[in-house]
Design a protein. Structure first.
Length: 385
């Protein structure tokens, strides 16, 4: 299937079923299985994500479970599983990843019914192997996993767990902890965004189309995503059932350094820019996260002067949204509410988006201007604009 033959939609008046029909679903994906981040101190990172983001303890792997080279803490909130991994030795691949990138996403794991077939189908279409199918077993059953490489040092791991009843994966034990702050209402991963080098967006869009059978849901050019100083371009790729969405960003020429260029400089290459997580009550979620110390991008007050004219009637109190910095956008299917954290580590790289969809299936195009001005203000404070 040639990329140019994919259904490409450049506005929001799309028929979503037609888009998904265009995805060649030889690789059925049930959802995101887990996201693994390599971090400098997994024990402390786990405490942060529990405290600030409302995750709960799930599983643990490390010296006590017979693993000698790494420690991993697994956190859970509704359908989201976050794995935080730290190396125990200075000369391992994980250590080198941390030295180059700092804390960041290494594995985007995909839940499939047949991991062997997923690996075979993607590698025969050109994917580079990360590791061949392996069967992992313990008293709770078997899991089959296999991995392929994608942009930068990021990888996809296919996870087949239909014959497994354990807490997470073989090699992990249940992590009992007395400290489990209440959930903030995060439900599932809505999408994950990758930043790639200038000129690489079409390459990786083609990878997801030709290697993984995804379709191009929407394209944004530098006229859609730009300010006075910077711009970027993006293609959103989706799998056949729409449960997996991967926007791919690349920088566009501008007067100053864009957020994508800043990311690439500090991350040391392409990687996952942000994780968008869904909630059913964004006012509650953001109120809780702010109380717990999460920092969000500042939205200029003037943004709210015209937002009601643009989006029409909504159920939420606009004054409350303004006080919390939550943005609103509408498409033909409904509206959405969204907000973005500041980077969650010292390097200005990975951040999170919190999103609530009230029917809308789009990505907040009407908010791009205000969002990018807010990001540029942070870049200017850092001296990287």
């Amino acid at each position: 299937m040639e990329t140019q033959n994919l259904k490409e939609v450049t506005n929001y008046n799309y028929g979503i079923e037609k888009i998904f029909d265009k995805a060649q679903d030889f690789l059925p994906i049930n959802g995101t299985d887990y996201v693994e981040m390599y971090v400098g101190n997994a024990k402390q990172a786990a405490h942060y994500y529990k405290t600030a983001f409302g995750f709960q303890s799930l599983a643990y792997s490390g010296l006590e479970t017979g693993v000698r080279d790494r420690t991993s803490y697994v956190l859970v909130q509704d359908k989201i599983r976050l794995v935080l991994t730290t190396p125990l030795q200075p000369d391992t691949a994980i250590s080198e990843h941390l030295k180059k990138h700092g804390d960041g996403v290494k594995v985007i794991a995909l839940w499939v019914d047949d991991a062997v077939k997923a690996f075979e189908e993607t590698t025969k279409r050109g994917a580079e192997s990360y590791f061949e199918p392996v069967t992992e077993e313990d008293k709770d059953g078997t899991v089959i996993r296999a991995g392929i490489r994608t942009y930068g040092d990021t990888v996809h791991v296919f996870v087949e767990r239909k014959n497994y009843n354990g807490v997470f994966l073989p090699g992990y034990e249940k992590w009992d902890s007395e400290y489990n702050p209440p959930s903030v209402g995060l439900k599932f991963i809505d999408h994950m965004v990758g930043n790639v080098e200038l000129g690489a967006m079409n390459k990786w869009a083609a990878f997801y189309a030709n290697v993984m059978g995804f379709a191009n849901l929407v394209t944004f050019d530098d006229k859609d995503i730009s300010t006075q100083y910077t711009a970027l371009m993006s293609k959103v790729m989706t799998n056949g059932n729409g449960r997996i969405k991967f926007p791919i960003n690349e920088p566009a020429k501008g007067l100053k350094k864009s957020q994508v260029e800043e990311y690439l400089d500090f991350y040391g290459g392409a990687g996952c820019q942000h994780i968008a997580v869904a909630t059913d009550d964004i006012v509650f979620t953001i109120s809780e996260m702010r109380k717990r110390g999460v920092e969000f991008l500042y939205v200029p007050g003037k943004y709210y002067d015209t937002v009601s004219e643009r989006v029409g009637e909504i159920a939420e109190d606009m004054a409350v949204l303004k006080s919390l910095g939550i943005m609103v956008d509408r498409d033909e299917e409904g509206y959405l509410l969204q907000i973005f954290t500041k980077p969650v580590e010292d390097r200005p790289t990975l951040f999170f988006e919190i999103i609530q969809r009230k029917g809308a299936r789009s990505f907040g195009k009407g908010n791009f201007q205000a969002l990018f001005e807010s990001i540029e203000a942070e870049q200017e404070r850092r001296g990287t604009l």
